[in-house]
Design a protein around this ligand. Structure first.
Ligand SMILES: [Zn+2]
Length: 351
């Protein structure tokens, strides 16, 4: 267990960890761990909670052996709460094409005020162990306005020995008043070589290309590789190497992918197509691809003949339709529309 807890401090976070805990007695009671998604902020928050609750920390880390560490690891520590997105009841409604969108339980999109109110007893009654209490809110940007105001009220008169750790990759969306109550700890994307080395050690084959597909975020890359997401990226984009694109065939191909792979959602599909467009725009402007380095030659061939304005326009329109990808009125129509936009975007420039 010791290794389990200690390994949560990732190599690219060690400096931040050490400087934050250099004077642990003066650790601020409200922290905001801010930075891009998929780089390990949640693990950092969890390790910090463990450190604050541990009854005999060693080397400024949780010992992993005491009773408190054991309770935390088994999810039973009475002085710890984690507020996160709860899973909504499945909606049970079927998309227009039948199976595609049926019976997938959707995670909630908001942290609601009741979840924050439920903390009040925990916060104001006192510690079970006469020690610290820790609340993690992750992702903090998912709090709706009422929830954010409710936690703000708590932070205005923070009870002694309670630590709030907010985790957010969209921290600019947080209420400014809430942000100003927290000490911000800013995380960046780790150096590619360090992240790739870590991925290799974690058993991820083709670490560099996985890392590129995940935009440089190593934990996202690991998760993607565990879910076979790289394969699904390859599958989604397979018919797009040959021009001209046939929108109806492409839409049918995507529909088949969605049916065959229960982990694949319409949002992931749109996200993948966005990455493809983003890389076409980059390569068209003589930069190297950011995500699809493993398909560099195919991307270069299409980008070389493409019209930059058409590519840009399509990329911008995808940002708009992405919002409807979660609950499309008709999945097949959505896919056909998406495919048609892509076909127009990569029509070779004849000027
Ligand atoms: Zn311990």
């Amino acid at each position: 267990m010791s290794n389990l807890i200690k390994s949560n401090i990732l190599p690219w976070h060690v400096t931040q960890w050490d400087s934050l805990l250099a004077n642990s007695a003066n650790l601020p009671h409200a922290l905001l761990l801010a930075g891009p998604g998929g780089i390990g902020k949640s693990g950092f928050a969890q390790a910090l909670a463990a450190r604050l609750l541990c009854e005999s920390p060693e080397d400024n880390r949780a010992c992993g052996r005491c009773e408190a560490c054991h309770w935390l690891a088994t999810g039973n520590h009475p002085d710890f709460r984690k507020v996160t997105l709860e899973v909504d009841e499945p909606e049970g409604e079927e998309g227009a094409t039948g199976k595609t969108s049926a019976k997938k339980t959707a995670p909630a999109t908001q942290i609601k005020v009741d979840q924050i109110r439920a903390l009040e007893d925990f916060i104001f009654i006192g510690s079970h162990r006469n020690g610290n209490r820790v609340v993690i809110v992750d992702p903090a940007d998912a709090m709706n306005t009422a929830a954010a105001n409710s936690i703000l009220k708590i932070l205005e008169e923070p009870p002694a020995s309670v630590y709030f750790i907010m985790v957010s990759s969209k921290w600019r969306n947080l209420l400014p008043t809430l942000r100003s109550r927290c000490r911000k700890v800013l995380f960046g994307t780790p150096a590619a070589a360090e992240a790739a080395a870590w991925l290799k050690q974690a058993g991820v084959a083709d670490a560099e290309s996985e890392l590129a597909l995940a935009g440089g975020a190593p934990l996202k890359a690991k998760l993607r590789s565990e879910r076979g997401a790289k394969d699904s990226t390859t599958q989604i984009l397979a018919p797009m190497d040959k021009l001209p694109l046939d929108p109806l065939a492409l839409a049918a191909h995507w529909d088949a992918q969605l049916r065959a792979n229960s982990d694949l959602t319409l949002e992931i599909l749109v996200d993948t197509v966005q990455k493809w467009l983003y890389d076409l725009i980059r390569v068209n402007a003589a930069a190297s691809p950011r995500y699809l380095s493993s398909k560099a030659s195919q991307v270069a061939r299409i980008a070389g003949n493409a019209d930059p304005i058409r590519l840009q326009r399509c990329h911008a329109s995808l940002l708009k339709i992405r919002a409807t990808a979660r609950h499309p009125l008709n999945t097949m129509l959505f896919l056909e529309d998406l495919a048609a936009r892509c076909a127009v975007a990569v029509t070779p420039n004849r000027n």
